[in-house]
Design a protein around this ligand. Structure first.
Ligand SMILES: NC(=O)c1ccc[n+]([C@@H]2O[C@H](COP(=O)([O-])OP(=O)(O)OC[C@H]3O[C@@H](n4cnc5c(N)ncnc54)[C@H](OP(=O)(O)O)[C@@H]3O)[C@@H](O)[C@H]2O)c1
Length: 341
Protein backbone atom coordinates (compact mmCIF):
# COMPACT_ATOMS: atom_id res chain seq x y z
CA UNK A 1 0.00 0.00 0.00
CA UNK A 2 1.33 3.48 -0.90
CA UNK A 3 1.84 6.13 1.78
CA UNK A 4 -1.32 7.98 2.80
CA UNK A 5 -1.59 11.66 2.02
CA UNK A 6 -3.88 14.23 3.57
CA UNK A 7 -4.64 17.93 3.17
CA UNK A 8 -3.75 20.27 6.00
CA UNK A 9 -3.78 24.00 6.60
CA UNK A 10 -0.51 25.60 7.68
CA UNK A 11 0.20 29.08 9.03
CA UNK A 12 1.75 31.40 6.44
CA UNK A 13 1.90 34.62 8.51
CA UNK A 14 0.97 36.12 11.85
CA UNK A 15 -1.39 39.10 11.96
CA UNK A 16 -1.72 42.20 14.16
CA UNK A 17 -5.09 43.22 12.79
CA UNK A 18 -7.85 41.38 10.90
CA UNK A 19 -6.86 37.82 10.03
CA UNK A 20 -7.95 36.29 6.74
CA UNK A 21 -7.39 33.40 4.32
CA UNK A 22 -4.16 35.09 3.13
CA UNK A 23 -2.54 34.16 6.47
CA UNK A 24 -2.93 30.44 5.77
CA UNK A 25 -2.04 27.93 3.09
CA UNK A 26 -3.43 24.51 2.17
CA UNK A 27 -0.78 21.82 1.61
CA UNK A 28 -0.84 18.07 1.03
CA UNK A 29 1.31 16.11 3.46
CA UNK A 30 2.43 12.51 3.45
CA UNK A 31 1.43 10.67 6.63
CA UNK A 32 4.18 8.53 8.19
CA UNK A 33 3.58 5.02 9.56
CA UNK A 34 2.35 4.62 13.13
CA UNK A 35 4.63 3.98 16.07
CA UNK A 36 3.65 1.88 19.07
CA UNK A 37 1.06 3.72 21.18
CA UNK A 38 -0.29 5.85 18.31
CA UNK A 39 -3.50 5.93 16.28
CA UNK A 40 -4.36 7.43 12.90
CA UNK A 41 -7.57 9.46 12.85
CA UNK A 42 -9.65 10.55 9.86
CA UNK A 43 -11.01 13.88 11.04
CA UNK A 44 -14.68 14.78 10.64
CA UNK A 45 -15.07 18.04 12.55
CA UNK A 46 -12.54 20.65 13.66
CA UNK A 47 -12.97 23.69 15.86
CA UNK A 48 -12.62 27.43 15.30
CA UNK A 49 -12.20 29.44 18.53
CA UNK A 50 -11.23 33.04 19.32
CA UNK A 51 -8.38 31.76 21.53
CA UNK A 52 -6.70 30.49 18.33
CA UNK A 53 -6.53 34.09 17.15
CA UNK A 54 -4.25 34.97 20.08
CA UNK A 55 -1.91 32.21 18.98
CA UNK A 56 -1.70 33.77 15.51
CA UNK A 57 -0.50 37.13 16.84
CA UNK A 58 3.18 38.10 16.44
CA UNK A 59 3.12 38.82 20.21
CA UNK A 60 0.94 36.11 21.80
CA UNK A 61 0.19 36.45 25.53
CA UNK A 62 2.60 34.70 27.89
CA UNK A 63 1.31 31.79 29.92
CA UNK A 64 -1.39 30.77 27.41
CA UNK A 65 -1.30 27.97 24.81
CA UNK A 66 1.79 28.53 22.62
CA UNK A 67 1.92 30.51 19.38
CA UNK A 68 1.21 28.38 16.28
CA UNK A 69 4.39 27.78 14.27
CA UNK A 70 4.91 29.33 10.83
CA UNK A 71 4.78 26.76 8.02
CA UNK A 72 3.31 24.15 10.37
CA UNK A 73 -0.22 22.80 10.85
CA UNK A 74 -2.19 24.01 13.87
CA UNK A 75 -1.47 21.83 16.90
CA UNK A 76 -3.75 22.41 19.86
CA UNK A 77 -7.18 22.69 18.21
CA UNK A 78 -9.86 20.29 19.38
CA UNK A 79 -10.96 17.96 16.61
CA UNK A 80 -13.24 14.91 16.34
CA UNK A 81 -12.88 11.98 13.97
CA UNK A 82 -12.75 8.23 13.50
CA UNK A 83 -9.79 5.98 14.25
CA UNK A 84 -8.79 4.26 11.00
CA UNK A 85 -5.61 2.52 12.21
CA UNK A 86 -4.43 1.76 15.71
CA UNK A 87 -1.26 0.64 17.43
CA UNK A 88 -2.54 1.82 20.83
CA UNK A 89 -4.17 -0.40 23.40
CA UNK A 90 -7.80 0.50 24.03
CA UNK A 91 -8.35 2.13 20.61
CA UNK A 92 -9.74 0.33 17.53
CA UNK A 93 -10.71 1.34 14.00
CA UNK A 94 -14.22 2.80 14.09
CA UNK A 95 -13.83 4.48 17.51
CA UNK A 96 -14.97 8.12 17.52
CA UNK A 97 -12.35 10.17 19.37
CA UNK A 98 -11.26 13.72 20.16
CA UNK A 99 -7.71 14.98 20.01
CA UNK A 100 -5.80 18.27 19.47
CA UNK A 101 -4.40 18.01 15.91
CA UNK A 102 -6.88 20.12 13.97
CA UNK A 103 -7.35 21.87 10.64
CA UNK A 104 -6.22 18.76 8.72
CA UNK A 105 -7.75 15.60 7.25
CA UNK A 106 -5.56 12.96 8.90
CA UNK A 107 -3.89 13.12 12.32
CA UNK A 108 -1.47 10.85 14.12
CA UNK A 109 -2.18 10.95 17.85
CA UNK A 110 -0.31 9.37 20.77
CA UNK A 111 -2.68 7.75 23.24
CA UNK A 112 -0.91 8.56 26.48
CA UNK A 113 -0.23 12.32 26.26
CA UNK A 114 -2.19 14.92 28.27
CA UNK A 115 -2.49 17.36 25.36
CA UNK A 116 -3.74 20.91 26.19
CA UNK A 117 -3.72 20.50 29.98
CA UNK A 118 -5.40 17.11 29.50
CA UNK A 119 -8.59 18.41 27.88
CA UNK A 120 -7.51 17.05 24.48
CA UNK A 121 -6.09 13.71 25.61
CA UNK A 122 -7.09 11.02 23.09
CA UNK A 123 -10.43 9.73 24.24
CA UNK A 124 -13.19 7.48 22.87
CA UNK A 125 -16.42 9.49 22.90
CA UNK A 126 -19.80 8.22 24.09
CA UNK A 127 -22.09 8.78 21.10
CA UNK A 128 -25.31 7.83 22.92
CA UNK A 129 -27.97 10.38 21.94
CA UNK A 130 -25.51 13.04 20.75
CA UNK A 131 -23.72 14.05 17.53
CA UNK A 132 -19.91 13.86 17.25
CA UNK A 133 -19.50 17.63 16.84
CA UNK A 134 -21.25 18.27 20.17
CA UNK A 135 -17.93 17.28 21.74
CA UNK A 136 -16.38 20.43 20.23
CA UNK A 137 -19.13 22.53 21.82
CA UNK A 138 -21.59 21.82 24.61
CA UNK A 139 -20.08 18.48 25.65
CA UNK A 140 -16.49 19.66 25.29
CA UNK A 141 -14.34 22.61 26.20
CA UNK A 142 -17.02 25.23 25.41
CA UNK A 143 -19.43 23.63 27.88
CA UNK A 144 -16.62 23.18 30.37
CA UNK A 145 -15.58 26.83 30.06
CA UNK A 146 -19.12 28.14 30.56
CA UNK A 147 -19.75 25.81 33.49
CA UNK A 148 -16.38 26.33 35.17
CA UNK A 149 -16.60 30.12 34.84
CA UNK A 150 -20.01 30.30 36.47
CA UNK A 151 -18.94 27.83 39.11
CA UNK A 152 -15.72 29.80 39.94
CA UNK A 153 -17.76 32.91 40.79
CA UNK A 154 -20.53 31.04 42.62
CA UNK A 155 -23.19 31.76 40.01
CA UNK A 156 -24.74 28.29 39.89
CA UNK A 157 -26.77 28.76 43.06
CA UNK A 158 -29.39 31.07 41.54
CA UNK A 159 -31.27 34.14 42.64
CA UNK A 160 -28.88 36.71 41.16
CA UNK A 161 -28.57 38.92 38.09
CA UNK A 162 -25.88 37.60 35.74
CA UNK A 163 -24.71 39.45 32.63
CA UNK A 164 -23.12 37.36 29.83
CA UNK A 165 -21.40 39.14 26.90
CA UNK A 166 -20.86 37.65 23.40
CA UNK A 167 -23.89 35.73 24.61
CA UNK A 168 -24.95 34.23 21.27
CA UNK A 169 -21.56 32.59 20.80
CA UNK A 170 -20.32 29.12 21.68
CA UNK A 171 -19.38 29.75 25.32
CA UNK A 172 -21.82 32.62 25.88
CA UNK A 173 -24.96 30.78 24.79
CA UNK A 174 -24.10 27.91 27.13
CA UNK A 175 -23.30 30.27 30.02
CA UNK A 176 -26.69 31.95 29.48
CA UNK A 177 -28.51 28.61 29.60
CA UNK A 178 -26.59 27.22 32.59
CA UNK A 179 -27.19 30.48 34.50
CA UNK A 180 -30.93 30.49 33.67
CA UNK A 181 -31.28 26.82 34.58
CA UNK A 182 -29.70 27.57 37.96
CA UNK A 183 -32.43 30.13 38.69
CA UNK A 184 -30.68 33.39 37.87
CA UNK A 185 -32.02 36.38 36.00
CA UNK A 186 -29.80 36.68 32.92
CA UNK A 187 -28.88 39.74 30.90
CA UNK A 188 -27.30 38.88 27.55
CA UNK A 189 -25.54 41.11 25.02
CA UNK A 190 -24.77 40.28 21.41
CA UNK A 191 -24.10 42.06 18.14
CA UNK A 192 -27.23 41.72 15.97
CA UNK A 193 -31.01 41.85 16.27
CA UNK A 194 -31.28 38.18 15.22
CA UNK A 195 -28.93 37.20 18.07
CA UNK A 196 -30.88 39.36 20.52
CA UNK A 197 -34.18 37.73 19.45
CA UNK A 198 -32.66 34.27 19.93
CA UNK A 199 -31.35 35.14 23.41
CA UNK A 200 -34.74 36.54 24.43
CA UNK A 201 -36.40 33.32 23.25
CA UNK A 202 -34.13 31.47 25.70
CA UNK A 203 -35.42 33.62 28.58
CA UNK A 204 -32.70 36.28 28.86
CA UNK A 205 -33.14 40.06 28.75
CA UNK A 206 -30.98 40.91 25.77
CA UNK A 207 -29.52 43.99 24.08
CA UNK A 208 -27.54 44.68 20.92
CA UNK A 209 -24.19 46.25 21.87
CA UNK A 210 -23.58 47.33 18.28
CA UNK A 211 -26.72 49.52 18.14
CA UNK A 212 -26.59 51.11 21.61
CA UNK A 213 -23.78 51.93 24.02
CA UNK A 214 -22.98 49.01 26.32
CA UNK A 215 -23.57 51.18 29.40
CA UNK A 216 -27.03 52.23 28.17
CA UNK A 217 -28.03 48.72 27.09
CA UNK A 218 -26.97 47.38 30.47
CA UNK A 219 -28.72 50.15 32.43
CA UNK A 220 -31.99 49.43 30.60
CA UNK A 221 -31.73 45.67 30.97
CA UNK A 222 -30.65 45.76 34.63
CA UNK A 223 -31.52 49.13 36.20
CA UNK A 224 -30.76 47.75 39.69
CA UNK A 225 -27.27 46.66 38.65
CA UNK A 226 -25.77 43.19 38.30
CA UNK A 227 -24.27 40.65 40.71
CA UNK A 228 -22.12 38.68 38.28
CA UNK A 229 -20.49 39.43 34.93
CA UNK A 230 -19.36 36.57 32.67
CA UNK A 231 -16.82 38.41 30.51
CA UNK A 232 -16.13 37.12 27.01
CA UNK A 233 -15.25 40.53 25.57
CA UNK A 234 -13.01 42.65 27.86
CA UNK A 235 -12.31 46.35 27.07
CA UNK A 236 -15.36 48.61 27.15
CA UNK A 237 -17.67 45.74 28.13
CA UNK A 238 -15.62 45.04 31.25
CA UNK A 239 -15.56 48.74 32.05
CA UNK A 240 -19.38 48.90 31.85
CA UNK A 241 -19.62 45.84 34.10
CA UNK A 242 -17.35 47.34 36.77
CA UNK A 243 -19.62 50.38 36.83
CA UNK A 244 -22.84 48.31 37.00
CA UNK A 245 -21.77 45.64 39.50
CA UNK A 246 -23.29 45.86 42.97
CA UNK A 247 -21.01 45.80 46.05
CA UNK A 248 -19.48 42.35 46.48
CA UNK A 249 -20.12 41.51 42.81
CA UNK A 250 -18.04 38.97 40.91
CA UNK A 251 -16.56 38.76 37.42
CA UNK A 252 -15.60 35.56 35.61
CA UNK A 253 -12.81 36.68 33.25
CA UNK A 254 -13.29 34.19 30.43
CA UNK A 255 -11.78 36.08 27.50
CA UNK A 256 -11.40 39.51 25.92
CA UNK A 257 -12.23 38.98 22.26
CA UNK A 258 -12.51 42.73 21.62
CA UNK A 259 -8.72 42.94 22.08
CA UNK A 260 -7.55 39.93 20.06
CA UNK A 261 -7.10 41.90 16.84
CA UNK A 262 -6.16 45.25 18.40
CA UNK A 263 -4.15 46.78 21.24
CA UNK A 264 -5.48 46.19 24.81
CA UNK A 265 -8.15 48.73 25.70
CA UNK A 266 -8.92 48.95 29.34
CA UNK A 267 -10.82 49.08 31.63
CA UNK A 268 -10.21 52.65 32.84
CA UNK A 269 -12.27 52.29 36.05
CA UNK A 270 -10.54 49.39 37.77
CA UNK A 271 -10.75 51.32 41.06
CA UNK A 272 -14.43 50.27 41.12
CA UNK A 273 -13.16 46.83 42.15
CA UNK A 274 -11.65 48.37 45.28
CA UNK A 275 -14.55 50.73 45.93
CA UNK A 276 -17.13 47.92 45.79
CA UNK A 277 -14.99 44.99 46.95
CA UNK A 278 -15.50 43.16 43.67
CA UNK A 279 -13.86 39.83 42.85
CA UNK A 280 -12.34 39.45 39.36
CA UNK A 281 -11.60 35.80 38.71
CA UNK A 282 -9.65 34.72 35.62
CA UNK A 283 -9.99 31.06 34.71
CA UNK A 284 -9.34 28.54 31.93
CA UNK A 285 -11.80 25.73 31.29
CA UNK A 286 -8.97 23.32 30.50
CA UNK A 287 -7.57 23.75 34.02
CA UNK A 288 -10.84 22.56 35.59
CA UNK A 289 -11.11 19.09 34.10
CA UNK A 290 -12.53 17.87 37.41
CA UNK A 291 -15.78 19.64 36.43
CA UNK A 292 -16.05 17.90 33.02
CA UNK A 293 -18.12 14.86 34.14
CA UNK A 294 -20.51 17.09 36.14
CA UNK A 295 -20.92 19.47 33.17
CA UNK A 296 -21.41 16.62 30.67
CA UNK A 297 -24.06 15.03 32.85
CA UNK A 298 -25.85 18.40 33.11
CA UNK A 299 -25.72 18.84 29.31
CA UNK A 300 -26.92 15.27 28.67
CA UNK A 301 -29.92 15.81 30.92
CA UNK A 302 -30.65 19.09 29.10
CA UNK A 303 -30.41 17.27 25.74
CA UNK A 304 -32.77 14.53 27.03
CA UNK A 305 -35.39 16.90 28.44
CA UNK A 306 -35.16 19.09 25.32
CA UNK A 307 -34.13 22.20 27.24
CA UNK A 308 -30.72 22.73 25.59
CA UNK A 309 -31.04 25.08 22.63
CA UNK A 310 -27.94 24.64 20.59
CA UNK A 311 -26.87 26.66 17.55
CA UNK A 312 -24.01 25.83 15.20
CA UNK A 313 -22.43 27.79 12.33
CA UNK A 314 -21.12 25.04 10.06
CA UNK A 315 -18.57 25.60 7.28
CA UNK A 316 -18.33 22.71 4.84
CA UNK A 317 -14.82 21.85 3.63
CA UNK A 318 -11.43 22.17 5.32
CA UNK A 319 -10.53 24.99 2.92
CA UNK A 320 -13.21 27.16 4.59
CA UNK A 321 -11.60 27.13 8.05
CA UNK A 322 -9.84 30.53 7.63
CA UNK A 323 -13.09 32.11 6.40
CA UNK A 324 -14.89 30.63 9.42
CA UNK A 325 -12.34 32.28 11.71
CA UNK A 326 -12.75 35.72 10.09
CA UNK A 327 -16.55 35.42 10.21
CA UNK A 328 -16.52 34.43 13.88
CA UNK A 329 -14.30 37.35 14.89
CA UNK A 330 -16.45 39.77 12.90
CA UNK A 331 -19.62 38.53 14.62
CA UNK A 332 -21.06 36.86 11.52
CA UNK A 333 -21.53 33.49 13.24
CA UNK A 334 -23.96 32.23 15.85
CA UNK A 335 -23.41 29.45 18.39
CA UNK A 336 -20.43 27.14 17.94
CA UNK A 337 -18.32 27.66 14.81
CA UNK A 338 -17.37 24.34 13.23
CA UNK A 339 -15.66 23.09 10.10
CA UNK A 340 -16.99 19.84 8.66
CA UNK A 341 -14.00 18.22 6.96
N1 LIG B 1 -11.07 30.90 29.51
C1 LIG B 1 -11.21 29.84 28.71
O1 LIG B 1 -10.86 28.70 29.05
C2 LIG B 1 -11.85 30.01 27.37
C3 LIG B 1 -12.17 28.91 26.56
C4 LIG B 1 -12.86 29.13 25.37
C5 LIG B 1 -13.17 30.43 24.97
N2 LIG B 1 -12.79 31.46 25.78
C6 LIG B 1 -13.12 32.85 25.43
O2 LIG B 1 -14.53 32.97 25.43
C7 LIG B 1 -14.92 34.01 24.54
C8 LIG B 1 -15.98 33.47 23.61
O3 LIG B 1 -15.43 32.39 22.83
P1 LIG B 1 -16.37 31.57 21.85
O4 LIG B 1 -15.61 30.39 21.36
O5 LIG B 1 -17.67 31.35 22.51
O6 LIG B 1 -16.55 32.58 20.63
P2 LIG B 1 -17.90 33.17 20.04
O7 LIG B 1 -18.55 33.99 21.11
O8 LIG B 1 -18.68 32.08 19.43
O9 LIG B 1 -17.37 34.14 18.89
C9 LIG B 1 -16.81 35.37 19.17
C10 LIG B 1 -17.89 36.48 19.25
O10 LIG B 1 -17.36 37.59 19.92
C11 LIG B 1 -18.08 38.74 19.55
N3 LIG B 1 -17.16 39.84 19.28
C12 LIG B 1 -16.18 39.90 18.37
N4 LIG B 1 -15.54 41.10 18.42
C13 LIG B 1 -16.14 41.78 19.42
C14 LIG B 1 -15.96 43.08 19.95
N5 LIG B 1 -15.01 43.90 19.49
N6 LIG B 1 -16.74 43.46 20.97
C15 LIG B 1 -17.71 42.63 21.45
N7 LIG B 1 -17.95 41.40 20.96
C16 LIG B 1 -17.17 40.99 19.95
C17 LIG B 1 -18.88 38.42 18.29
O11 LIG B 1 -20.25 38.28 18.66
P3 LIG B 1 -21.30 39.50 18.56
O12 LIG B 1 -21.80 39.53 17.15
O13 LIG B 1 -22.34 39.10 19.50
O14 LIG B 1 -20.59 40.76 18.92
C18 LIG B 1 -18.33 37.03 17.92
O15 LIG B 1 -19.27 36.21 17.31
C19 LIG B 1 -13.65 34.48 23.85
O16 LIG B 1 -13.15 35.61 24.54
C20 LIG B 1 -12.71 33.31 24.05
O17 LIG B 1 -11.36 33.65 23.97
C21 LIG B 1 -12.15 31.29 26.95
Amino acid sequence: MGARRGRQIVVRDYADDAIGPEHFEMVVAEVRGLEEGEVLVRNWWTSVDPGMRLRLRPDPPAGYFPQFKLGEPLDGVLTVGEVIESRAEGFSPGDVVWHPFGWRELSIVAADVNYMNGVARLQVLDMDGVEPQHYLGALGSMGLTAYAGLSMVGALSGGETVWVSAAAGAVGSLAVQFALRSGNRVVASAGSSAKVAWLESLGATAFNWRSTSVAEGLAQAAPEGIDVYFDNVGGGHLEAALAALRPGGRVALCGSVSEYESAPMGPANLFQATAKELTLRGFRGSLHLDLLPEMQSEVRSMVKDGSLVYEESIYDGLERAPEAMSDMLAGRSMGKVLVRI
